[in-house]
Design a protein around this ligand. Structure first.
Ligand SMILES: [Zn+2]
Length: 464
C-alpha cells in the first residue's frame, strides 16, 4: 500500500567542524579565517547556518563574531570558540591559535628494536629562544626519551609499533604543541621495513593508533624482500602542493627504509562513506620497480574517532596497498575490453584469479572506480571498492598479493588470508546478511589519490 502526505522537514544542524585544528600566525596583525562545516543528523552538509565565534584571549587574537576571521594581536597562544546556538558539545568547537612562532610538524624516521635511534623535533620557528621540550600526550616508543633542551629524541627502542605523541615547547611566553609519530619496525634493517610518520593533525584515537600498528605489521608480513639501501630524500624539491592529502614538504630530507607513509587525520566527508584515502606520493624508484618510496594517507577524523581497531586496520591496509601501486600503478597491466569493462592481466595476479576459478584470463576491475577489483565478483576482498561493514574482516587474497609481485615487490603468497570466490559471485552487489546500512558498503569509493610520481634525483640513495 502506498500513501502520500505533505511533510515539512526542518533540517537541524547536528555537527559542527572547524578547520584547521590549529591556526598559526607569525606575528600580530596577521589574519586568517576559520573554516566551518555543518552537517545534519544524516551527515549531509548544510548551508545558511549561523556560527558565532568568540576568543578566549583578545590580547592574543580577536575574532569576528559572524565571519570567523581571526586577527593576531600578540605573541602567545589561546583558543577561538565557534558555536551553533543553541547547541551542545557537538555544535561547539574550538581552534587553537598560536601567534609568534611555530612548532612545525615533521617527518620523523622510523627505527628498529635494539638499534640506536635519533631524530629531532623542532626547532621552534620564529618565536624566540629558550624553549623546553616535553612529551605532553601520547607516548614515545619504549625506551626513547626527548632532550628537553634540544628536542632530540633518542635511545634504543625496545618494542614494536607506531607511536603517536604530542610534544610541547614552552619558553614562558609561548607554549606551542604539535603531534608526531615514530614507527619501530617489526623487522631488522636487513628486511623489508614500512614506516609511518605524521602530518601533525590531532592525536589519533587509541583504536586508530592500534590499527596503524597492526596494518604496518601486516604489510611487513606480506612484503618479504628488502628493497635496497636506505634512501635519503633531497633537502628540497617537494612542496606542500605536491600531493593531495598531506604536506609533502615534510618529506624533504626524509630518511626512508624501505617505504614510508605520511599520514594525515582530518575531515573527508563526515561519519561513514569514505573512511580514508590513499596513494603514492613524492619520488619513485626509477627505472626499476617497485616504484613507491613514500605514500600518503588521510583518515577521516569522524570515522577514525569511532571505528573499531580491526575495521580501521583493514581500511588502512587497503589504503597502503594503493600507496604500493595496487590500483594506482597497475595501468600498464590492465586493458579496456570495450563497453564498460576493464581487466587486469598482470601475470601473478591473473594466475591467482584463474586458481580461484576465474573463467578466463583478465581479472575483472571495478567499473568507474578502476583502482579496485570488481565488487560484483569479489565482494569482501580487501581491494574491492567497498567494505562489508564494521563487523566483517576483509581478507587479503593471493590475487592481491600476486598484484604486488607484478608491481615488483618481493611478496609472499603464503601470507595471504583464506579467500575463495563468494557464492554471490559474479553478482555480489548487496550487503551480506545482517548488514543493512548502505553506508557500510561505501567505505572506499573515490578513495584514491593519484599524484605525479617524481623521478628520484641521482645521489639520493644513502647507506643503510
Ligand atoms: Zn581504494
Amino acid at each position: 500500500m502506498q500513501d502520500t502526505a505533505d511533510v515539512t522537514v526542518q533540517q537541524v544542524a547536528a555537527t559542527l567542524t572547524l578547520t584547521p585544528d590549529t591556526l598559526r600566525f607569525a606575528a600580530a596583525t596577521d589574519t586568517a579565517t576559520v573554516g566551518r562545516t555543518m552537517r545534519d543528523a544524516l551527515g549531509s552538509p548544510m548551508t545558511g547556518v549561523a556560527v558565532t565565534f568568540a576568543t578566549n584571549n583578545a590580547a592574543v587574537a580577536t575574532v569576528a563574531v559572524s565571519t570567523g576571521k581571526v586577527t593576531a594581536t600578540g605573541n602567545c597562544e589561546t583558543t577561538v570558540i565557534g558555536q551553533v546556538a543553541p547547541g551542545g558539545s557537538s555544535l561547539t568547537k574550538s581552534v587553537r591559535i598560536e601567534v609568534g612562532g611555530t612548532l612545525p610538524p615533521a617527518y620523523l624516521r622510523g627505527g628498529y628494536v635494539g638499534t640506536a635511534y635519533a631524530d629531532t623535533i623542532g626547532p621552534v620557528a620564529g618565536g624566540g629562544t629558550g624553549y623546553v621540550f616535553a612529551v605532553t600526550a601520547g607516548a614515545l616508543p619504549n625506551s626513547l626519551t626527548i632532550n628537553s633542551t634540544t628536542g632530540q629524541i633518542s635511545g634504543t627502542p625496545s618494542a614494536l609499533g607506531a607511536f603517536f605523541f604530542q610534544v610541547t615547547a614552552s619558553n614562558g611566553t609561548l607554549t606551542l604543541s604539535e603531534r608526531y609519530a615514530i614507527t619501530i619496525s617489526t623487522r631488522p634493517a636487513s628486511a623489508f621495513n614500512l614506516w609511518l610518520t605524521y602530518n601533525g593533525g590531532a592525536l589519533p584515537s587509541a583504536n586508530a593508533q592500534a590499527a596503524v600498528s597492526a596494518a604496518l605489521a601486516r604489510f611487513e608480513q606480506l612484503i618479504t624482500g628488502d628493497v635496497g639501501p636506505t634512501i635519503t630524500y633531497p633537502a628540497s624539491g617537494l612542496s606542500s602542493g605536491t600531493c593531495q592529502l598531506v604536506d609533502a614538504s615534510l618529506m624533504n630530507g626524509a630518511v626512508i627504509d624501505d617505504v614510508s607513509i605520511l599520514m594525515a587525520l582530518g575531515p573527508i566527508d563526515g561519519l561513514g562513506n569514505t573512511l580514508a584515502r590513499g596513494g603514492f606520493c613524492g619520488y619513485g624508484r626509477t627505472p626499476a620497480p617497485p616504484s613507491t618510496i613514500t605514500g600518503q594517507m588521510k583518515l577521516d577524523e569522524a570515522d577514525a574517532a569511532t571505528a573499531s581497531a580491526t575495521y580501521l586496520q583493514d581500511v588502512i591496509v587497503h589504503e597502503i596497498a594503493h600507496a604500493f601501486g595496487v590500483g594506482t600503478l597497475w595501468q600498464s597491466q590492465t586493458q579496456f575490453e570495450g563497453t564498460d569493462s576493464v581487466r587486469y592481466y598482470g601475470t601473478n595476479g591473473n594466475t591467482e584469479w584463474r586458481t580461484l576459478g576465474g573463467p578466463a584470463d583478465g581479472v575483472p576491475v571495478e567499473i568507474g572506480v578502476e583502482a579496485h577489483w570488481r565488487e560484483n565478483w569479489f565482494n569482501g576482498e580487501i581491494m574491492t571498492p567497498t567494505t562489508e561493514g564494521p563487523a566483517v574482516r576483509l581478507p587479503i587474497s593471493r590475487m592481491t598479493i600476486g598484484t604486488l609481485i607484478d608491481l615488483g615487490w618481493a611478496a609472499s603468497l603464503a601470507a595471504a588470508d583464506a579467500y575463495t570466490l563468494p557464492v554471490c559471485s559474479p553478482i555480489c552487489t548487496v550487503s551480506p546478511p545482517g548488514v543493512s546500512a548502505p553506508v557500510n558498503e561505501r567505505a572506499f569509493l573515490n578513495d584514491v589519490a593519484i599524484d605525479p610520481l617524481l623521478p628520484l634525483p641521482p645521489g639520493a640513495i644513502g647507506k643503510n
